[in-house]
Design a protein around this ligand. Structure first.
Ligand SMILES: NC(=O)c1ccc[n+]([C@@H]2O[C@H](COP(=O)([O-])OP(=O)(O)OC[C@H]3O[C@@H](n4cnc5c(N)ncnc54)[C@H](OP(=O)(O)O)[C@@H]3O)[C@@H](O)[C@H]2O)c1
Length: 294
């Protein structure tokens, strides 16, 4: 189905809202509007080259007559904004309007006041880490978007995702927490792990920036392996080789220089053994050093 004759309103002009406004305005829609409670936040959109975005100065102005409405505000403000919107009557009320929020952890239930007013509500979450508007403009294109909500919202969501060059994945509301936990592990915990690696590397006397640059090609290599094959095949290193002497040396130096990391290392080594077992047959018995207390 084609929704290009529709008017889009994006509420919240932060990282994701601004990027969405830029990308959708480059494509086919009758009009793309942006609104933020802090009008200074619209400056980036005002200055962005080659796009036509209508900058609304009130919430009511943004949503009146809009067909597709995105709540691109922080998760903690979504339910409050949904209640506020339900009180904004607009020209034709909320009957049949598409309303989406972009949160990974919340379901569409948080939009209940709008659903009760007749809107087709959903959560449409870009599975991506978006640190700034420019990064988000690049990052959104090609990302996966999870969809959960009213079945009547699916066709407009599919159209928007196709305009963004993304891939839509339908989810059940009950699966959303586990889905979000997976996203946190893949993105946030990955950064936490790399921070741990940078800290350990800085223990050899290089500054953190140098350590980060030293590690980046290795990270990229692992990432590229994972693009080609599944984690079992991508796995390399001392544990998959059954090399307990190296693991024992790591534990010894960590105990000496970074004792706070010992617990994390042991935990990750355990997960590593379980994964490596599928590739080389190693097991816990091959790593006596990990059964000690160091
Ligand atoms: N960033 C990511 O990596 C990422 C990835 C996937 C999904 N998401 C989701 O995308 C949504 C937006 O996240 P974001 O990172 O773009 O947040 P953000 O950069 O903090 O931007 C949110 C904007 O909304 C404004 N706002 C808050 N309440 C408002 C209201 N009632 N009316 C109008 N504007 C309001 C905020 O203003 P104030 O600054 O005054 O509060 C801020 O300018 C969230 O649901 C988030 O979970 C984010």
């Amino acid at each position: 189905m084609d929704f290009s004759d529709k008017t889009v309103a994006i509420l919240g002009s932060g990282r994701v809202g601004s990027a969405l406004a830029i990308l959708l305005s480059r494509n086919r829609f009758r009009e793309v509007r942006a609104y933020d409670r802090n009008l200074e936040k619209q400056q980036t959109l005002r200055e962005w080259p080659g796009v036509t975005i209508v900058l609304s100065s009130t919430l009511s102005e943004a949503v009146t007559g809009a067909d597709l409405i995105f709540l691109a505000v922080q998760d903690r403000y979504i339910s409050e904004l949904a209640r506020e919107l339900a009180a904004v009557s607009g020209e034709a009320g909320w009957q049949g309007k598409f309303v989406a929020h972009l949160s990974g952890s919340l379901t569409s239930a948080v939009l209940q006041p709008l659903a009760s007013a007749g809107a087709l509500t959903c959560s449409l979450h870009p599975l991506q880490s978006l640190a700034g508007v420019a990064g988000a403009v690049e990052g959104l294109a090609g990302s996966c978007f999870s969809f959960e909500g009213d079945s009547g919202a699916l066709a407009p969501a599919e159209f928007v995702v196709s305009v963004l060059d993304g891939h839509l994945v339908p989810l059940k509301a009950d699966d959303k927490v586990l889905y979000h936990a997976a996203a946190v592990v893949a993105s946030n915990f990955f950064i936490v792990l790399e921070d741990m690696a940078i800290t350990l590397m800085s223990g050899i006397g290089v500054d953190r920036d140098t350590a980060r640059r030293m590690l980046l090609p290795l990270i990229r290599g692992s990432f590229e392996n994972l693009e080609r094959v599944d984690p079992v095949e991508a796995l390399t290193g001392p544990i998959v080789r059954g090399d307990d002497r190296t693991v024992a040396a790591h534990l010894e130096t960590l105990a000496d220089k970074f004792p706070d990391y010992l617990k994390a290392y042991r935990l990750l080594a355990g997960l590593n053994i379980e994964l490596a077992g599928q590739k080389s047959g190693v097991g816990y018995a091959d790593f006596p050093s990990l059964s000690g207390n160091s």
